[in-house]
Design a protein around this ligand. Structure first.
Ligand code: COA
Length: 257
């Protein structure tokens, strides 16, 4: 199940899924989405796994989708690895805990809407820069974010699309607690181990009940957003933004109507 960039192991009833591509700030390519989707589906089937811990490397959680991949191999169709990953996390039957250090960008932020417990370091930085790169929100964030914080605050986060602090993420109820950076992983792991010691059927049923009423709308939102962001990725605004990122220059949107 482990690949070079996604490391998985199981100990104390906890499957740890670690993003491990520090040279690209843990940007997610198609192989990584596939490995994470498979790990999450396997965790559901494996009776030795009773909780899942999702984390990155010491100074970075995830810089979002790999921008080179966005340019060269944009996701297409319902079975695109990114959509398989989104469905696997949204539908995970066992509890998922996230430990976030450093940047959590794009899907690195929006996946947190789908975990059960999330802990972040004081220097974590969250960002949903979809509009900045010529696309639109994904992973049901356009549905869940206004539901959680109201339209005005949601619009601020995804239309002005500026990075925000761990304190703001806590205020938005996106995470459970802010901790000193060095304590995040141990704290999150301790919570995952504690979940793994709970009666498993009661825990799974409770998670199912918490998610049940929103689940159909979340599934619909994931696909509806994808119908918009997939074609947008090939459009001129995204091409300009993504090429500018790769060329390490500021994008120029002045010519677009
Ligand atoms: N896709 C591909 N490569 C990425 C990447 C991404 N999403 N994010 C970072 N990288 C690469 C950089 O191109 C750079 O590669 P290089 O060393 O070959 O030049 C390397 O990772 C380090 O990134 P850098 O930007 O120098 O690190 P930083 O600490 O200054 O900033 C981020 C980190 C995450 C804030 C910044 O890289 C960033 O904003 N990344 C893009 C995020 C994004 O827009 N994601 C898509 C969301 S939908």
């Amino acid at each position: 199940m482990s690949t070079q960039h996604i490391l998985c192991d199981v100990a104390d009833g906890v499957m740890t899924i670690r993003l491990n591509r520090p040279e690209k700030k843990n940007a997610l390519n198609q192989a990584m989405y596939t490995a994470m989707a498979d790990a999450l589906r396997n965790a559901d089937q494996d009776s030795t796994v009773r909780a899942i811990l999702l984390t990155g490397t010491d100074d970075c959680f995830c810089s979002g989708n790999d921008i080179q991949d966005f340019l060269e191999m944009p996701p297409a169709g319902e079975d695109a690895p990114v959509l398989r990953f989104m469905r696997a996390l949204a539908e995970a039957r066992k509890p998922v805990v996230a430990a976030v250090n450093g940047p959590a960008v794009g899907v690195g932020t929006t996946l947190l809407f789908h975990v059960d417990l999330a802990y972040a370091g004081e220097s974590a930085r969250f960002h949903m820069p979809f509009v900045n790169i010529g696309i639109c929100p994904e992973f049901a964030s356009s549905y869940l974010l206004p539901q959680m914080i109201g339209h005005a605050h949601a619009a601020e986060l995804v239309m002005l699309a500026e990075p925000f602090s761990a304190a703001r993420a806590l205020e938005c109820k996106l995470i459970n607690a802010v901790l000193p950076d060095a304590q995040v992983y141990a704290h999150a792991r301790a919570k995952a181990v504690k979940l793994a010691q709970q009666p498993p059927n009661a825990l799974r049923t409770t998670k199912m009940l918490l998610k049940r009423w929103n689940a159909p709308r979340v599934a619909e939102a994931i696909m509806f957003e994808a119908q918009h962001f997939m074609p947008m990725l090939g459009g001129p605004e995204a091409r300009e933004a993504l090429t500018a990122f790769m060329q390490k220059r500021k994008p120029d949107f002045s010519k677009f109507a």
